[in-house]
Design a binder for this molecule. Structure first.
Ligand code: GRF
Length: 221
């Protein structure tokens, strides 16, 4: 069973979607540790409720940003974590964590990358006037929302949308594709070639080739 470590800064609804997928049996994984960088992150309450080990690590307790990520890596490694999931973690991940978990850190971003990286992806989409936006699960590299794309869901931008209404609609799809991407990882079906992630067939259903016609199923129309 895949051992997950989750990093979060706030509400934790994506964390909850992962917990729900595990508890329903859809995702064969366990959350070994939740790390929050914010003492009032609601994600920690969710961990408590579900009996998940959690830690608040204060970045200000460290001499450098790298040292903060060294500490996080140590805590995750000590619990045998195999995949690190950023579920609303509002910091750029630094090299010590990426070196400890190469191509094993996943993030969810509320836009169709490479459009609208960084903060407030939904507001950026509304302000730009695009007709579709959505969300992206990607592996994390040292850039800001620049790593290899695993899965995306497209959500229409409607007349009259504002940041809140679009965020709500996108969030429903975040909660679908994030656990799904983790499930594909847990089944060993993500093959990274350069910056392209191929989704492979399930074993016994066509062997090792790319999954035919399977890209990102959810389209929010
Ligand atoms: C989500 O919109 C996610 O895409 C972004 O931060 C937000 C976190 O929400 N990275 P939550 O804490 O998972 O509810």
């Amino acid at each position: 069973m895949l051992k997950l470590g989750v990093l979060a800064s706030g509400r934790g609804s994506n964390f909850q979607a992962i917990i729900d997928a595990i508890e329903s049996g859809a995702l064969k994984a366990s959350v070994e540790l939740l790390v929050v960088d914010n003492p009032v992150a609601h994600a920690a309450e969710r961990a408590k409720k579900h009996g998940i080990d959690h830690l608040y690590i204060n970045p200000k307790d460290f001499a450098s940003k790298d040292d903060f990520f060294v500490k996080i890596s140590e805590e995750l490694k000590a619990r045998g974590v195999e995949l690190v999931v950023l579920a609303g973690f509002m910091r750029i991940v630094r090299k010590p964590l990426l070196d400890a978990f190469p191509m094993r850190v996943m993030n969810i971003h509320p836009a169709i990358l490479p459009s609208f990286p960084g903060l407030h992806g939904q507001a950026q989409a509304v302000d730009y006037g695009v007709k579709v936006s959505g969300c992206t699960v990607h592996f994390v590299d040292e850039g800001m929302d620049t790593g290899p794309v695993i899965m995306q869901a497209v959500v229409p931008v409607l007349d009259g949308d504002d940041e809140d209404s679009l965020s709500t609609r996108i969030l429903a799809f975040e909660h679908k594709i994030f656990p799904e991407a983790i499930r594909l990882f847990s089944e060993g079906r993500l093959k990274v070639e350069g910056r392209v992630v191929k989704i492979m067939e399930r074993e016994g259903q066509g062997g090792t080739g790319p999954a035919e016609g399977f890209t990102s199923p959810p389209i929010g129309y």
